[in-house]
Design a protein around this ligand. Sequence first.
Ligand SMILES: Cc1cc2nc3c(=O)[nH]c(=O)nc-3n(C[C@H](O)[C@H](O)[C@H](O)COP(=O)(O)OP(=O)(O)OC[C@H]3O[C@@H](n4cnc5c(N)ncnc54)[C@H](O)[C@@H]3O)c2cc1C
Length: 413
Amino acid sequence: MNSITKVDVLVIGAGPSGTIAASIIKQAGLSVQIVEKMKFPRFVIGESLLPRCMEALEEAKFLDAVKAKHFQQKDGAKFVMEGQVCDFNFSQQFTPGWSWTWQVPRAEFDTTLADECVKMDIPIHYETEVVNIQIFSDHSVIVVKTADGNEQKIEAKFIVDGSGYGRVIPKLFGLERASSQAARKTLFCHLTDPNRSAAVEPNRITIFVHDPATWIWVIPFSNGNTSVGYVGSPEFFEQYEGTPEEQFRQLIQAQSELRDRFGNAEMLWEPRTLQSWSVTTDTFYGEGFVLTGNVTEFLDPVFSSGVTLAAVSAQLAAHLVIRHLRGEPVDWENEYMKQMMAGVDVFRTYVNAWYDGSLFNIFFAENRNPEIMSQICSVLAGYVWDDNNPFVKNHEKNVRTLSRYLTTQKASA
Ligand SMILES: Cc1cc2nc3c(=O)[nH]c(=O)nc-3n(C[C@H](O)[C@H](O)[C@H](O)COP(=O)(O)OP(=O)(O)OC[C@H]3O[C@@H](n4cnc5c(N)ncnc54)[C@H](O)[C@@H]3O)c2cc1C
């Protein structure tokens, strides 16, 4: 990179939100560059996608490259509690749209998207970290630090901040805000899966309810390995002692379905921990910049919404950036922030209802109404902006009312 580069749009981060935004902006004929702190491939958690993100991957022209990787196809999601099963199949969802997606090791998936950007002549500067930003009336100056410690400057007309957990602009401009979600912790690992063939529907993503406040993800990959993670309160994990590997072995033993399948599995690396990941920010846009993906708001992993919200926000933001740079007026508050928040708020209702147990009443009811389940299925497929769906339009009221009704019905049975 030269010491001062000029570009229409600078994208921070080569995760899904950064690469999708960069591709759509580039296709409109604008010049784009991506700066990425890490060397790719790099690990990041978030391996189960939702069908709605396929629309964004398609518009970014990434679908063929991802298909060629033969990742594990995902046709739905299964929830299991004390032997009861609630199985969602995306082909039965209410909203017209994609009925499948993938379960992906993110290092390989994100590298695939980034490589497609490079093929489109979008330069990606790896191991280059944004350390400062100055915003002027018609451009910004972004200071980046390269792996050898040198600082360089980039002048951009607009910045898309897709820095994920790096949260570059919220941190630099003091926009960070605490999330309303309780602090949660995860311990997770990639494992060999020697007993996969003996499992029922072995390739399907399954969420096990371990206890009302703790759940487990099992995400099988097409490479034969499987991602397994426990999510619970920080206190839950305190009862397990020893190294992360010893703790993880004890956790596997504590859940019968996992004990049978992963009791003799090999861990591919030492289990990792993340804690208190829910964050939000005062605003999703400002003079000369827009935030996309995890930088905006990340709620909780239980419904695999992260990459899809990252992809959809990148898609929407890219279109607005293009219009802005063409001199057309953009109402960022209504066209971007409120629009994105509407989807986030739908997921928030379901996340809250999961953790307070009211969703269990619906998922594990004896007689589930197929029409209602197809409407909820669309939410779990990521179609959270479809106002024709009563479980989107009146999400909070309908989830609460249905849960209460089913509880009363069960009590009187
Ligand atoms: C426990 C857990 C489980 C999850 N499971 C799922 C799941 O199953 N499905 C799902 O969809 N989501 C899941 N998520 C969420 C998912 O991880 C994120 O939503 C998703 O990765 C967001 O994508 P992104 O493009 O916004 O950011 P990222 O994928 O995080 O990419 C951001 C990029 O920006 C780079 N960067 C950071 N700082 C700088 C800087 N200063 N300069 C330059 N570059 C920088 C980073 O290196 C990174 O490569 C999970 C999250 C957690 C915590």
